[in-house]
Write a protein that binds this ligand. Structure first.
Ligand code: AMP
Length: 216
């Protein structure tokens, strides 16, 4: 197994690009820790119950909870070729935990891929974001609208805005990103693992092609 970390602000398009990379190239899996946590919250697991309070405020859930979830996923999916980590690690402590985990399992960290976007784009993207509560598909009314307004293309359910995409929580998530996640750019650059692509333009096919090239 190879690991590729996706870095970028909330709303930078990590999930959309990773989902499309998974669809367009064989052997690429996509693990979104946000999706994993939302699933745990929905299912009411002990980890989900604990995580919910942090997520509602736009704070990071405790490192040990999320690191254990990622470790379980890797153990259960050992035969996967490449796993795109979307949303993990989120701070230097998690990056160290990941490094220890991968070393203990003999797994290679191929690179950390940064999606570069401006603050204005991030705000615009998050305000347009809609998700399907049934199948998890993601849309954006500004750049990736569903075929029928407000309805999921994949399963026909009514789309919703994520609870933590409200303006107050978004502001906090961006602060958390700047303070805790941004230092990971230097962390991976220092280890010669940082790659970056332009995430600013709206052409998803081009971004996916750039991303696939960058992680080769
Ligand atoms: P996301 O879908 O990646 O924007 O994540 C949504 C929320 O889940 C975040 O605001 C955090 O509360 C939580 N979360 C996701 N990944 C992590 C992580 N690696 N560490 C801590 N909290 C996380």
């Amino acid at each position: 197994m190879n690991i590729v970390i996706l870095l970028g602000a909330p709303g930078s398009g990590k999930g959309t690009v990773a989902g499309r990379m998974h669809e367009s190239a064989d052997g690429i899996a996509h693990l979104s820790t946000g999706d994993l946590l939302r699933g745990a919250v929905k299912a009411g697991t002990p980890a989900g119950v604990e995580a919910k309070a942090y997520m509602t405020k736009g704070e990071l859930v405790p490192d040990t909870i999320i690191a254990q979830m990622v470790a379980d996923y890797i153990a259960e999916n050992a035969s996967l070729q490449t796993v795109l980590l979307d949303g993990f690690p989120r701070n230097v402590a998690q990056a160290d935990m990941l490094s220890d985990l991968l070393t203990s399992k003999g797994i290679t960290l191929k690179c950390a891929l940064m999606l570069e976007v401006s603050d204005a784009t991030v705000i615009n993207r998050i305000s347009g974001r809609r998700v399907c509560p049934t199948c998890g598909a993601g849309f954006n009314v500004n750049i990736l609208p569903p075929k029928v307004d407000g309805i999921c293309d994949a399963c026909g359910a009514e789309l919703i805005t994520r609870a933590d995409d409200c303006p107050e929580t978004v502001a906090n998530r961006l602060n958390v990103y700047r303070e805790q996640t941004f230092p990971l750019i230097a962390y991976y650059r220092d280890r010669n693992l940082l790659r970056s692509i332009d995430g600013e333009h709206d052409d998803l096919d081009r971004k996916v092609a750039d991303a696939l090239k960058a992680i080769q």
